[in-house]
Design a protein around this ligand. Structure first.
Ligand code: ADP
Ligand code: ADP
Ligand code: ZN
Length: 214
């Protein structure tokens, strides 16, 4: 099964992707995570994307399509979860082509609906375990008081993303509405879209996604 999690920054895509990885042995393909890795390891590509990401602009289609192409050649396990990709119509078309090349197809596109106010509140409270990537939230899923990550069991550092500030977020939201939200219509027209209420708690959203994939 190959699925796309579609939604604005902070909708809960990464959180739900990690659950699907644990429960269905799927592979999470987060272009945001891949770009951050490139940036942190200081590769040429990482240097190119650093400023773009800090501003909250979109990285060029060629770069992210290249990243995804590489991953699709690897192990497929229980299928791919596209998290934060595609973000433009050009990326969506490229994904269709890449899947066709490898004999794969898209099984579902889950649109996670969350209103803008909740997004701002979620993102400015987000932190991530630097060891395993588990996502925490000051309001809804606080960092354990003993500093031990509930997911990996390690004493970990919990990092905030440098682009999780209100200014970059405003720009990311603008980019989402201008360039990514047309994908909702695109996948609806293809008969692939399922809408999920992303405002419920993590378990409620998880149940809605499970029902959509059934
Ligand atoms: P969020 O989890 O807040 O939605 P991501 O981690 O997915 O953010 O992305 C962080 C940044 O990485 C984006 O603001 C953008 O600069 C870049 N990025 C990630 N995925 C893509 C993509 N598919 N196309 C273009 N830029 C991307
Ligand atoms: P995205 O990958 O779409 O940017 P994340 O999964 O990183 O979103 O979630 C953004 C923030 O919101 C994180 O702090 C996360 O813990 C929190 N969060 C995720 N899902 C929910 C939910 N259903 N209810 C409340 N908070 C949530
Ligand atoms: Zn951890």
């Amino acid at each position: 099964m190959n699925i796309i999690l579609l939604g604005p920054p902070g909708a809960g895509k990464g959180t739900q992707a990690r659950i699907l990885v644990d429960e269905h042995d799927m592979i999470q393909l987060s272009t945001g995570d891949m770009l951050r890795e490139a940036k942190d390891s200081g590769t040429e590509m990482g240097k190119i994307v650093a400023d773009v990401m800090a501003r909250g602009d979109l990285v060029t289609d060629d770069i992210v399509i290249g990243l995804i192409r590489e991953k699709l050649q690897g192990d497929k396990k229980g299928g791919f979860i596209f998290d934060g990709f595609p973000r433009t119509l050009a990326q969506a078309d490229a994904l269709t082509g890449l899947l066709a090349e490898t004999g794969e197809k898209l099984d579902a596109v889950i649109e996670m609906q969350v209103d803008d106010e909740a997004l701002v509140s979620r993102i400015t409270a987000r932190s991530t375990c630097s060891n395993c990537g588990e996502v925490y939230n000051d309001h809804t899923k606080p960092i354990p008081a003993d500093g031990i990550c509930t997911s990996c069991g390690q004493k970990a550092e919990f990092k905030r993303r440098s682009d999780d500030n209100e200014e970059s977020l405003k720009n990311r939201l603008m980019e989402y509405y201008k360039k990514t939200s047309p994908l909702i219509g695109y996948y609806y027209a293809k008969g692939a879209l399922t809408r999920v209420d992303g405002l419920g708690d993590i378990d409620a959203v998880k149940a809605e996604i499970a029902a959509a994939l059934d």
